[in-house]
Design a protein around this ligand. Structure first.
Ligand code: NDP
Length: 509
């Protein structure tokens, strides 16, 4: 079934946008542009259908060259030994260059991913801010000392860069997600190999040029484009890689951890979520409605943090869902280049098909679609903001990540039921609680097993606060004051002063 709203895009805006960047891009290995073996991956804008970029289809050989370059830069180069002040200076320069090129970067992310330009602009601003935060942490990185072990013993715990880091990122927040990893790894003194999603590589490749312009030495950051099984997989198994920092689906994350086990790499995994927004009758309803719509439809729901499960106190369910349906109908779906657009295009035809299948299966299991439920008429890939109700917690749509503009509604009667429902999936990335009662808000927040709990807000973020998931939403945390430490090893120094007590029995005894 097609929802009969026709989406049109503006060809003039598109032409203007396309003039800002070259169609063809190269990989970035060992401080130079590398074309690969000739085969390219073409990326069409999911909103406009036109080819916007072509990137090399890198192969395992390219991944290996990039890893070798990073290894050399780490083992024999100056970056791991650079002063924190010099490393911070490079990171700050990168932030300034991101600011300088913000419009080009925002347009690249918009055209490749289909996200609204207004949102892309704020993501790029956010990315620059994270680079600045990482620069501040670079100068704060320190170990520990123990002067309390007795007069002849001194303990020091050094923080050293872990080595070569594989950074693998998804398509939904291209520049933002690489910026949650790379600046912290560089701040620690690591060397990196980055693989963006083959659908959204351009802003990461552009970042590579900015890193060089900022003075990052050759080989310290390499960027390889291509498909996961060809380029990503060797980055998880190569013995010269010390750590993997991955964001993506739980299934691929699990495979990456398994692949890395043979060489026992450190892993940091940011994976999926099925995040509850728990709403009580005493909440500020306007604010909760606004946040529920934002949580469900921001980035067209293609967001690990999407508030894709609305848990409503039974007494307010009907009224709340009626209000949410109004907002779903008002959310402007359309041309991602239009600054008024709130919901852009879906990443690919395949993915749009999967979203529709999720909704269809839910209907077949007895769920009811209150609004939306199908793609919109267009030459591009657009899905109507959707609300699914009459949902049982055991249904797939209540447990699995849909990764589209689809929210399910469930109801509860008591605080205990609300907590149990919130915890009823295998994920644990984030949650929100809406109540003016401090006991309810804090009580539910503490009962929920999730890496982030928002109280009377949704999806607020700042680099100072750590981010990551419980359960199958991930391993480890990004951002926050420990973000640089995550890319270090601890080395214990045990120093003895003065004469040692002999291990041997005294001679002649
Ligand atoms: P995928 O897991 O499919 O891909 C993520 C990255 O892994 C891509 O670069 C992909 O390459 C690569 N990859 C694929 N196969 C392998 C492999 N065998 N070895 C190594 N790397 C591989 O995720 P999507 O790109 O589809 O992104 C959507 C998912 O990401 C959602 O499930 C979402 O929840 C999650 N996500 C989680 C976030 C978090 O912070 N928790 C944030 C954003 C997204 P290729 O693209 O070529 O397949």
């Amino acid at each position: 079934m097609n929802v009969r709203i026709k989406i049109a895009v503006d060809p003039v805006k598109l032409n203007e946008a396309m003039k800002r960047f070259p169609r063809d891009r190269a990989m970035w290995i060992d401080g130079r542009e590398v074309a690969g073996e000739g085969e390219t991956i073409e990326r069409r804008s999911p909103a406009h259908g036109v080819v916007v970029t072509r990137v090399p289809r890198g192969r395992a050989n390219d991944a290996r060259r990039a890893i070798a370059s990073a290894r050399k830069a780490f083992d024999a180069g100056r970056w791991p030994h650079e002063t924190a002040s010099n490393r911070a200076r490079v990171l700050l320069k990168v932030a300034d260059l991101i600011d300088r090129d913000r419009e080009t970067l925002a347009i690249l992310d918009t055209l490749e991913s289909g996200k609204p330009i207004a949102q892309a602009r704020s993501e790029i601003e956010g990315a620059a801010d994270i680079w600045r935060y990482a620069a501040s942490l670079a100068r704060e990185l320190s170990g520990e000392s123990y002067a309390n072990l007795g007069p002849d013993r001194l303990g020091l715990v050094l923080r050293e860069p872990i080595g070569v880091v594989s950074i693998i990122t998804p398509w939904n927040f291209p520049l933002l997600i690489v910026s949650q990893k790379l600046p912290f790894a560089l701040a620690a003194g690591c060397a990196c190999v980055v693989k963006p999603s083959e659908m959204t590589s351009a802003s990461t490749l552009h970042l590579g040029l900015l890193l060089a312009e900022a003075g990052l030495p050759e080989g310290v950051c390499n960027i390889v484009t291509g498909y996961g099984p060809e380029v990503g997989a060797p980055m998880t198994t190569d013995p010269d890689v010390d750590m993997i920092s991955f964001t993506g689906s739980t299934a691929v994350g699990r495979a990456a951890v398994a692949a890395s086990a043979a060489t026992l790499k450190k892993v940091s995994m940011e994976l999926g979520g099925k995040n509850p927004q728990v709403i009580f009758p005493d909440a500020d309803m306007d604010a909760a409605l606004d946040a529920a719509a934002f949580g469900a439809y921001f980035n067209a729901g293609e967001c690990c943090n999407a508030g894709s499960r609305i848990l409503l106190h039974a007494s307010i369910a009907d009224e709340f869902l009626a209000g949410l349906a109004v907002r779903a109908g008002e959310a402007k779906v359309g041309d991602p280049l239009d600054p008024e657009t709130r919901v852009g295009a879906i990443i690919s035809a395949d993915h749009l098909g999967k979203i529709e299948t999720h909704v269809k299966s839910a209907r077949e299991s007895g769920a009811v679609v209150r609004t939306g439920g199908a793609r919109l008429e267009s030459n591009g890939l657009f899905m109507a903001p959707t609300i699914v109700e009459n949902v049982d917690p055991s249904m797939a749509i209540a447990r699995e990540e849909v990764f589209g503009p689809v929210v399910v509604a469930l109801t509860f009667e008591t605080v205990e039921e609300a907590i149990a429902l919130a915890n009823s999936t295998s994920y644990g990335l984030s949650a929100s609680v809406w109540s003016r009662d401090v006991d309810t808000a804090i009580g539910v927040g503490r009962g929920v097993r999730a890496g982030t709990v928002w109280v009377n807000t949704f999806m607020d973020g700042t680099p100072e606060l750590p981010f990551g998931g419980y359960h199958q939403s991930g391993v480890g945390r990004e951002l926050g004051r420990n973000a640089v430490k995550d890319y270090t090893e601890e080395k214990t120094f045990h120093v003895h002063t003065g004469p040692r007590t002999s291990w041997w029995l005294p001679r002649g005894a």
